[in-house]
Write a protein that binds this ligand. Structure first.
Ligand code: 13P
Length: 287
């Protein structure tokens, strides 16, 4: 059931669990995530970066694919199609394509410009029934060629953006996208606590959910995180499973080269990763 992310995040914040944003990359990925969410009776947010949107043929292709799968797979759990780290222009493209949720990442703008653009997009998104995420304090690591520094957000700036009426707020607390370096200092719970004190009921978003130790994720959820984004871990699991299939020479046996067979281990690996994450986030049975 395609919906905005507003209600599912409100429920998650009240219920002290988090909804998973699982980024999608193709048809197999999307089917795997939707099937797992349905089996576990969990809400889910399908994250689509601008790069992934382009790769899949454009945002309209993505939206129409998800809508069709939602119908044909008889998905009854709440599902949101969400632009991940959107530019100003990207947000409008996704609104036009029919996405149910957008993220405007204005974290690289001076705070006044971030506020001005976020204000406009909140107005447009809400008029059309979409939910909207904003960001304060760059998330580190690399995503679609953009390198963030992994800074900690200023709690006062978080309050300023939260007060604009966004539905969820991504705030840097030392988290980074992609693999965490061996010398990573961990999440700054002090910063998260200060942000939560200032922003109250606002659902907070933890980006870079891959590779954070489980105990840290759980603690972040107790401190107000209601959405955790995961991309890299599914990609690694998929690649690992497909590599093993090929290395075992299975693609050379019979019709093992058929993409439906070749990619099947990767799909199963995505499902297992998503299941593990939903269990960790506490969203199982919360649809
Ligand atoms: P990872 O790729 O580190 O899981 O981060 C995903 C993310 O935060 C998407 O915005």
């Amino acid at each position: 059931m395609l919906v905005s992310a507003t209600e599912m995040l409100k429920k998650a914040k009240e219920g002290h669990y988090a909804v998973g944003q699982i980024n999608i990359n193709n048809l197999e990925w999307t089917k795997a995530v939707l099937q797992t969410a349905q089996e576990l009776n969990s809400p889910v947010i399908l994250g689509v970066s601008e790069g992934a949107g382009k790769y899949m043929g454009g945002f309209k292709t993505v939206q129409d694919m998800v809508a069709a799968l939602d119908e044909e797979m008889k998905i009854t759990v709440p599902v949101a199609t969400h632009l991940d780290h959107g530019t100003y222009e990207g947000c409008y493209k996704c609104i036009k394509a029919g996405f149910t949720s957008i993220m405007f990442d204005g974290s690289h703008y001076p705070i006044d410009e971030n506020i001005a653009k976020t204000t406009e997009l909140v107005h447009v998104a809400h008029q059309l029934g979409l939910s909207i995420e904003a960001e304060v304090g760059a998330i580190g690591g690399e995503e679609d060629g953009v390198i963030g520094r992994g800074e900690c957000a200023d709690p006062d700036e978080c309050k300023q953006i939260a007060d604009l009426g966004v539905d969820m707020l991504a705030a840097g607390i030392g988290n980074i996208h992609g693999k965490y370096p061996a010398d990573w200092e961990g999440l700054s719970f002090e910063t998260l606590d200060a942000i939560q004190q200032k922003t109250g009921i606002m659902p907070l978003v933890l980006h870079g959910g891959s590779g954070i130790p489980n105990e840290m994720v759980k603690k972040a959820i107790t401190l107000g995180v209601s959405k955790v984004n995961v991309n890299t871990e599914c990609q690694l699991a998929f690649a690992d499973a497909v590599r093993k299939y090929i290395e075992a020479g299975k693609d050379l046996e019979g019709k093992g080269f058929d993409p439906r067979k070749l990619l099947a281990p990767g799909v199963e690996a995505i499902k297992a990763t998503v299941k593990e994450k939903f269990e960790l986030f506490g969203s199982v049975g919360k649809a």
